[in-house]
Write a protein that binds this ligand. Structure first.
Ligand code: MG
Ligand code: ZN
Length: 222
């Protein structure tokens, strides 16, 4: 009896489309970051602050992924950045095809950096390549220090870990050392930045990293 592995077929089709997206991003010299976290960790606030910090130096576009609603895209649009909202209608992650369908609505030839805000979910966004250059993940300290070992794939797949809501540290009993140690044990190359997106604290490490990556990618434009 023939056995069909549906999950691996879906992922293979996704990978083909992701590599088409990646080719297009290379032609445009566009650096693309896939930002992932659980719901409420502060992704949209990080993006808002990133846009403010890099205004005038890095041209940023945003794709907002949510199951439903447009409130995040409205927040980004209010800052004047080009933005498109994807509503997945129930799907708990973005895939390469959704990104591809969105691209004609963005001025990608005029951008240096595209930030994709994935659906809030610590599991499957890490399994789906959308053609990004790097995945980044955001962990709020309110989620607790056990998350790296409980959701290892997300930490292994990410190039950057932003640890958010550091302004709440005095009120929480969170073991920061354990977060750092467990994250690095899963992914020794992970870059970790401790931030408070709400207050704008510690954002420069992240924004400097993005600026450097966007410039490098722009220089390699085909
Ligand atoms: Mg959001
Ligand atoms: Zn999913």
């Amino acid at each position: 009896m023939a056995k069909i592995n549906v999950v691996s077929k879906i992922l293979e089709a996704n990978d083909r489309m992701a590599s088409d997206n990646r080719k297009l991003f290379a032609e445009k010299g566009l650096f693309v970051i896939n930002l992932m976290s659980s719901p409420g960790a502060g992704k949209t606030t990080v993006i808002e602050n990133t846009i403010r910090a890099l205004a005038g130096s890095v041209r940023i576009g945003v794709i907002e992924g949510d199951i439903q609603g447009t409130s995040d895209a409205e927040r980004i649009g209010a800052l004047g950045a080009p933005v498109v909202q994807i509503n997945t209608g129930g799907a708990c992650h973005l895939d390469a095809n959704m990104i591809r369908e969105t691209l004609p609505s963005l001025p990608i030839s005029e951008l240096d950096l595209l930030i994709i805000e994935n659906v809030g979910n610590l599991v499957c966004p890490a399994e789906f390549d959308v053609g990004e250059d790097s995945k980044a993940m955001l962990l709020s300290i309110t989620e607790g220090e056990d998350k790296p070992l409980k959701y290892p794939l997300m930490f292994q797949e990410s190039r950057v870990l932003l640890i958010n809501k550091m302004d709440l540290a005095p009120y929480l009993d969170v073991d920061m050392e354990k977060i750092r140690k467990d994250s690095l044990s899963l992914n020794p190359a992970l870059k970790i930045f401790e931030i408070s997106a709400k207050k704008g604290d510690g954002m420069y490490g992240w924004t400097d990293w993005l600026t450097e990556k966007a410039r490098d990618k722009g220089r390699k434009k085909m």
